[in-house]
Design a protein around this ligand. Structure first.
Ligand code: SAH
Length: 582
């Protein structure tokens, strides 16, 4: 299965294309079938309008495989073509799989995709690029791990070859084996695969393997910005900046923003040492840091022993994941009430990227399934602080941890526990490592909001959220808050309303509310909202019995203005709280 940096979108207009779409889908990791809403029931992604959808995909750089007429695809993306930016591959494939036409993205691999898809569908690809046709590969589109020094020079070079010039190949270009290039050992022209910079010679095509690691021992020393100093140092060694694959720094600098900026600007992976003996390296040698961290054959470039910047060149393009470790990340996410469509895309992305998933077992199951390479750590719900600390331990060792809660992580869930763990570790030795972790909190649709939406708009005016659990706060506080909220005529959303260990609290709470609110006050009960077997019930404060409520129920007690009505003929009831007061 092929892996593209961004998985392709396979766009279909009707069920007639479904079989071909699924065959193409099986070729690419993470590819999804996008189907026109109302016409394709079982697509992975539904869209409502082809034009807008294709433009959106194109603009976001997503490779497009459209199973429809080439003309339709061209008309849809045409308005975006004048804007010369990075162009994703765009292909049209006949619904029945009988034709594969690469349309756009010659430099981002459209022709190799066309070959892959055509091979799977057992038809010849409709390739029209002259260089491709003549040589059987796009010389200007080297595989992952290699970059062209200059696209303009590349185009000139290929047209020279098409005009009859021959070339040599210098360096290691395994992807050109078997390509029908006009090769001659004594050719004046040369394709050079090298980490060394191109100096503008017009008779060579320079391709850089991303094989260079730059070691940075400290970010503050020297004049100029860090990326500038790295570029200058690379230049001194004759290295091309495009050949840089990894910026390696000591683990002690994991949280340093200057390093992140430099890595972003230079477009290299940022990795850190794992050997703690280097953290307090007295001779401050970046070269030593490189030699102790790199696990693959490489050559160190000469640098003074105490230079803060040093380089090492590997024999082949480097997979950054094999160098030291990443800055860890902890994403504290909310899954929403249960249904996948109610999970925000940022939470879904964090789950996809995570190496480790942590949380209460029920929620972890809800968040799955996970890939074989993802580690799942399910634990009992009660050990929240322990779980938060565990998350930091994993993340500070370079893992990407997703900590899952249901609903919103900041509403009676893990986000506060995670921050408390970090805050509480301030005096501890691990604090520096924990603070260096990239921490993000991704919101979710909380149970009160999901239940309210099902019922209508009971939270349409001022409201409060209360947890009736006295596990973490004294019951007297709960009573006081209930009284004040009831007196203030706030709509109240009760989380954790009842459990086997807390059998009497809900009745007590309702007694308090009944002192302030009329028996006819509207009450909404949502159970397992967004999950299989969901139920929604409307009742009144007088009619509400604690036996109707369990720990999977959200209780919303209306204010004096909350009302329920049944639109004629609709067969259902809506509850809302108007946004005004009399
Ligand atoms: N962080 C969660 C709340 C955790 S407290 C959120 O923002 O939704 C757990 C309580 O939330 C449960 O006792 C129940 O009262 C409520 N709850 C959670 N999921 C629910 C669902 N799908 N339907 C109804 N209530 C739910």
């Amino acid at each position: 299965m092929a892996r593209l940096t961004t998985p392709p979108a396979i766009v279909i207009l009707g069920v007639g294309a479904r079989d071909t779409a699924r065959r193409v889908q099986s070729l690419y990791d993470g590819a999804q079938v996008h189907g026109l809403q109302g016409r394709v029931a079982d697509a992975d992604v539904a869209y409502t309008e082809l034009n807008a959808h294709l433009r959106e995909l194109y603009a976001s750089g997503t490779p497009i495989i459209a199973l429809c007429a080439a003309g339709i695809v061209i008309r849809c993306v045409a308005p975006l073509l004048a804007n010369k930016g990075a162009e994703p591959p765009v292909l049209a494939v006949a619904e029945d799989g009988s034709a594969v036409v690469p349309l756009l993205g010659g430099l981002s691999g459209v022709n190799s995709m066309a070959r892959e898809i055509a091979a799977a569908l057992d038809v010849p690809p409709a390739i029209t690029t002259s260089g491709e046709l003549r040589f059987g590969a796009c010389v200007l589109n080297p595989p992952d791990g290699y970059t062209l020094a200059s696209l303009d020079q590349g185009k000139r070079f290929v047209s020279d070859l098409l005009a009859g010039e021959a070339t040599r190949i210098e360096g290691d270009a395994p992807w050109l084996d078997g390509v029908q290039l006009p090769l001659a050992d004594d050719a004046q022209r040369a394709i050079r695969v090298t980490p060394l910079a191109w100096h503008g010679a017009t008779d060579e095509l320079v391709i850089h393997p991303r094989s260079v690691v730059v070691g940075v021992r400290a970010t503050g020393s020297g004049a100029g910005s860090l990326p500038q100093r790295i570029r200058e140092a690379a230049q001194t060694h004759g290295l091309a900046a495009q050949a840089l694959a990894v910026l390696l720094a000591p683990a002690t600098l994991t949280g340093d923003p200057a390093l992140r900026q430099a890595a972003d600007e230079l477009q290299v992976a940022l990795r850190f040492t794992t050997d703690s003996s280097l953290d307090h390296d007295a001779d401050h040698s970046a070269a030593r840091m490189l030699s102790q961290t790199l696990r693959v054959p490489h050559k160190a470039l000469d640098a003074p022993g105490d230079a803060p910047i040093a380089f090492a060149v590997a024999q082949a393009p480097l997979d950054p994941a094999t160098v030291g470790r990443a800055r860890g990340k902890l994403s504290v996410i909310g899954l929403g009430p249960g249904d996948a469509s109610l999970m925000v895309p940022a939470a879904r992305a964090a789950l996809t990227q995570a190496t480790d998933i942590l949380g209460y077992e029920t929620y972890v199951k809800m968040a799955g399934p996970f890939r074989a390479d993802q580690r799942v750590h399910g634990t009992d719900n009660r050990e929240e602080m322990q779980r938060a600390r565990h998350a930091f331990e994993l993340a500070s060792a370079g893992r990407h941890v997703a900590m899952v809660s249901s609903g919103d992580p900041g509403v009676f869930a893990m986000a506060a526990a995670v921050l408390e763990a970090l805050d509480g570790a301030r005096e501890e030795t691990q604090h520096a490592a924990w603070s260096a972790v990239e921490l993000e909190i991704v919101p979710g649709v909380s149970a009160a909001l999901a239940t309210a939406a099902q019922a209508g708009a009971p939270l349409g005016h001022d409201f409060c959220m209360l947890s009736l659990s006295d596990n973490l706060k004294p019951w007297s506080i709960i009573e006081k808050r209930l009284r004040h909220a009831a007196e203030a005529d706030l709509v109240m959303a009760f989380y954790n309303p009842i459990s086997r260990a807390r059998p009497w609290q809900l009745d007590k709470a309702l007694d308090i509310v009944r002192e302030y609110r009329a028996p006819a006050t509207t009450v909404v009960l949502g159970r397992d909202i967004g999950r299989p077997g969901a139920t929604l019930k409307t009742t009144t404060l007088a009619g509400l019995k604690s036996a109707d409520v369990d720990m999977r129920t959200m209780v919303i007690i209306g204010s004096s203005t909350t009302r329920a009505f049944k639109p004629a003929g609709s067969g259902r009831e809506w509850v809302y709280t108007p946004r005004w007061y009399e």
